[in-house]
Design a protein around this ligand. Structure first.
Ligand code: SF4
Ligand code: SF4
Length: 174
């Protein structure tokens, strides 16, 4: 079918029409979920896990999840509970030059707070360096860790994960 991509990476057009992506204005106010779910698949854990009912899939389980950006607190609970690894938490309010992206990370070794790592885009290409702000792995995250990376503001829209770490010591910021 013309125009349909099977790369597993959402196209710019799909992202533009995705009802799970918060507005620029909301991202500048602080942490908010970015639900980049663009395939009409039978799935809805994001809707059930959100304690604030900030994501709606509805009765038609193949509908794309809709984010209610004004309700979302950016708590992050949905990130590790999305089987499609389609949700990140973005924040463009850290400073005039920095923002953050929280993403699910299922590779070992895990980074540690303060590590400087290679931040990658949706295609897995390195786009900039990022500093690890936190690594969370509570029981409620079902075994998936969530890494929060501080990155230059201009890369917040691109960064969606980090490069896997080698089993060697890491550079530290500063
Ligand atoms: S970040 Fe928290 S409040 Fe926002 S959609 Fe996810 S679970 Fe709900
Ligand atoms: S849990 Fe993830 S994959 Fe499933 S509908 Fe929600 S965002 Fe999409």
């Amino acid at each position: 079918m013309d125009g349909v991509r099977y790369t597993g990476v959402p196209s710019p057009e799909e992202l533009k029409n995705c009802p799970g992506i918060p507005s620029e204005e909301r991202m500048k106010k602080g942490r908010v979920a970015c639900v980049e779910c663009v395939q009409e698949i039978p799935c809805n854990p994001c809707e059930g896990i959100c304690p604030f009912h900030a994501i709606t899939v509805g009765e038609q389980i193949t509908a794309l999840p809709h984010l209610h950006e004004e309700i979302c607190t950016g708590c992050g609970l949905c990130v590790a509970n999305c089987p499609g690894l389609a949700i990140t938490i973005v924040d463009k309010s850290l400073s005039e030059t920095e923002g953050s992206v929280d993403f699910p990370f299922e590779y070992l070794p895990l980074p540690q707070k303060g590590d400087v790592v290679d931040a990658v885009n949706r295609e897995g290409q390195v786009v900039c360096s990022g500093t690890v702000l936190s690594v969370k792995k509570p029981a409620s995250y079902s075994g998936t860790a969530v890494v929060s990376l501080k990155v230059p503001l201009e890369y917040v829209d691109q960064v969606r994960s980090m490069k896997r770490l080698p089993r060697t010591s890491l550079k530290q910021e500063g």
